[in-house]
Write a protein that binds this ligand. Structure first.
Ligand code: URA
Length: 433
């Protein structure tokens, strides 16, 4: 078998065989195929697409390019959660303790943020001492001890994806359904959970722009479940406005703790309850899953579990009672608009980008983060404001652009209407196997 004929076949729109896909992806994973052939394969796949068999074989081959984690040593139903990425998306830190307090085991391999969307690892790193890299033994131990294990995705999981993803970024081949499906599901399946709830987002702050595209992607992702015989569901939700009120690593962790202490941040609570309900459902729970999810948040058990999670991992648990122990930005700037009206939208991508410029995210992989930097919103879609009212606060120490430029970006993110506007409806549907 030779790589050129495989690229040629795909270029000409012919379906590839399982053997051909295994050969090609194997060569990507072990480094025997060069970047230029990988890039040509990506472009041919981007343009010609893949049928469902090819996509399944691609996902499988990418999964087997690295370690396939065995969680059979965990006592209980293991259920993972994956978000396709958003702005202010801190849901993982809320749902993990909720689900674990309800007896589920929550294994999660997460990443760092890149671009306008934040990463779970960066948020956890804003708690001093929190260990965010666990080897497989420690990962299993953590699941058995406290019901949660979260680790940075290691180099050994789906190495073919690591190479392909980096190439996709620079060859304009990111937004391809088979390539996204292979990328996400190879990693998720390699992590070995019994169940998986996907949070597939659409809108200006998300990867997929429209609800239709998000639903199509969700169906493809779910259709990969038989590869490891796992149970998968997907929530489809809107990411036109940032989630919650805070964007930036330490700021988001504070908001997580506030929600776990009972603060009613509507969108965060709604999505968290929906995800935990779905996790319970996948585990075979037949009771009132929504009521169980609501209760564990309300009665403080999720907060107790969160504290356990932080201290088990060596993190400074005092942050939970004293937010001043989180990294703080040295400067704050309140932001006003010069018009009155009703907020009809807060452009999530613009807020995400402004947070990156404030120092909360990376423009390049090697950039260091300012954990205290970010944006606090004081209003949401549907709120009425008057000119001169403070709508947001910028937190910064060593921003990547001037504070005035960032403030302008934030002001530009607000859309106003003369007429009443309803709050953003987040969850539009749930897709099940
Ligand atoms: N997240 C991934 O891991 N891969 C993609 O292709 C898109 C989002």
């Amino acid at each position: 078998m030779d790589p050129v004929s495989i690229i040629q076949k795909k270029r000409d729109g012919e379906p590839l065989t399982r053997k051909e896909i295994n050969f090609f992806i194997g060569g990507i994973g072990d480094g025997t195929l060069p970047d230029y052939q990988a890039a040509a394969f990506l472009m041919a796949t981007y343009i010609r697409g893949m049928n469902s068999d090819e996509t399944r074989w691609l996902t499988e081959a990418m999964m087997y390019s690295g370690e396939v984690v065995d969680l059979s040593g965990v006592n209980g139903f293991t259920c993972d959660k994956h978000s396709t990425g958003g702005v202010g998306d801190k849901i993982t830190m809320i749902i993990a303790p909720m689900a674990a307090a309800l007896g589920l085991k929550v294994p999660m391999y997460s990443g760092k943020g890149l671009g306008h969307t934040g990463g779970t690892i960066d948020k956890l790193d804003s708690i001093k001492g929190f260990r965010t890299t666990l080897n497989t033994d420690a990962f299993v131990q953590s699941l058995n001890d406290i019901g949660i294990a979260n680790s940075m995705q290691t180099e050994t999981i789906a190495p073919a994806d690591k190479r392909l993803y980096a190439l996709r970024d620079v060859t304009a081949t990111v937004d391809s359904i088979p390539l996204i499906t292979g990328s996400i599901m190879s990693k998720k399946l390699a992590c070995g959970a019994d169940g998986l709830v996907l949070d597939v987002k659409f809108g200006n702050g998300a990867f997929m722009q429209t609800e239709k595209d998000a639903k199509e992607l969700a169906s493809w992702l779910i259709s990969m479940a038989p590869i490891r015989n796992i149970r998968v569901s997907a929530l489809i939700d809107n990411m036109d406005d940032p989630l919650g009120y805070k964007v930036g690593n330490a700021l988001e962790m504070i908001e997580v703790i506030e929600v776990l202490k009972g603060k009613q941040v509507d969108d965060l609570v709604e999505i968290s309850i929906a995800i935990v309900s779905e996790m319970l459902r996948l585990s075979g729970e037949t009771g009132n899953v929504k009521a169980m999810a609501k209760e564990v948040l309300k009665d403080g058990r999720a907060l107790v579990k969160f504290r356990e999670w932080v201290t088990y991992n060596g993190g400074d648990g005092t942050v939970i009672d004293d937010y001043s122990r989180f990294p703080q930005a040295t400067s704050r700037m309140d932001i006003q608009l010069d018009q009155s009206g009703t907020i009809s939208g807060i452009h999530a991508r613009a807020i995400g980008e402004a947070a990156v410029y404030a120092g909360a995210g990376r423009l390049a992989k090697e950039d260091t983060l300012d954990y205290g930097a970010g944006i606090e919103l004081h209003v949401k879609r549907g709120d009425r404001i008057v000119a001169g009212e403070t709508v947001a606060t910028l937190h910064f120490s060593t921003p990547r652009r001037t504070p005035d430029e960032i403030v302008k970006m934030i002001q530009g993110a607000f859309q106003l209407s003369e007429t009443p506007v309803s709050p953003l409806k987040r969850i539009v549907s749930t897709i099940r196997q």
